[in-house]
Design a protein. Structure first.
Length: 236
């Protein structure tokens, strides 16, 4: 492992721990997806085990989150059963200064947007590499589509100025299939000037389930940074 990736892991751990510390007893907790949120889930599990945290239930956003929640003995519920979520913790692929996000690096953005946007407080956990001045600078925008809609949606995304490509699996011959059984198109936009409009425009294309722009959803961003060789967590 390189020095850079070691530091990234430390930032992710610290920010996950800081988010887990914000969970209160007797609450419903949205559990996001990704390697940073995985640390938050682990630390929530540790707090439950030590007795520091009591009587919480989690709502997961992916198969990955469900496996982790079970591993750390976090009781789970669903949106069929509860009518509110007190706090949600989730990662992001890009965060802009207005707290708008690109998500979906793990192809889980549809369930993530459902859970994160219902939470009274949505906390985003990222390392400092995820901060950008403008969304779309470093990461492609994920769009979940039903399988039959791939080609028409790609053509429409091109008309909108994007360069779409179907997400292919790593160590899998074929496309990535989401937890809902759909496919993901990743789109490069040279410049996302108006994320709110683009989010709505893409979601209006027939066959699109959800895209990875999260505009006006996040309440608090926790950023893991390395300062003078030490991991610190900054909030904004
Ligand atoms: O949106 C997501 C999954 O769909 C993740 O939260 C996002 O990709 C960040 O993941 P990581 O913390 O592993 O960098």
């Amino acid at each position: 492992m390189s020095v850079t990736s070691d530091l990234t892991v430390i930032m992710k751990q610290e920010v996950g721990k800081a988010a887990a510390a914000k969970v209160k007893s007797d609450s419903v907790v949205g559990l996001g997806t990704g390697s940073t949120t995985a640390y938050a889930i682990e630390y929530i599990g540790e707090r439950l085990r030590s007795g520091d945290l009591k009587n919480i239930v989690g709502i997961t956003t992916s198969f990955q989150g469900e496996v982790l929640a079970r591993k750390y003995n976090i009781p789970l519920t669903t949106l069929d059963v509860v009518d509110h979520i007190d706090i949600a913790i989730d990662g992001a692929d890009e965060v802009d200064p207005q707290k708008n996000l690109i998500k979906g690096g793990g192809a889980a953005h549809t369930q993530e947007k459902l859970v994160d946007s219902l939470a009274a407080q949505f906390i985003v956990v990222v390392d400092s590499n995820k901060l950008v001045d403008k969304l779309g600078s470093t990461f492609l925008l994920p769009v979940e589509v039903i399988p039959k809609a791939v080609m028409p949606v790609m053509r429409r995304l091109e008309q909108l100025g994007g360069k779409p490509e179907l997400r292919m699996g790593i160590r899998k011959a074929g496309p990535v299939v989401t937890d809902q059984g759909n496919l993901v198109i990743d789109v490069k936009f040279d410049s996302i000037d108006d994320p709110a409009t683009l989010e709505m425009t893409i979601n209006n294309i027939p066959g699109v389930l959800e895209n990875g722009l999260f505009v006006g959803v996040a309440d608090l961003i926790l950023v893991g940074e390395i300062i003078d060789g030490k991991a610190v967590v900054r909030e904004f």
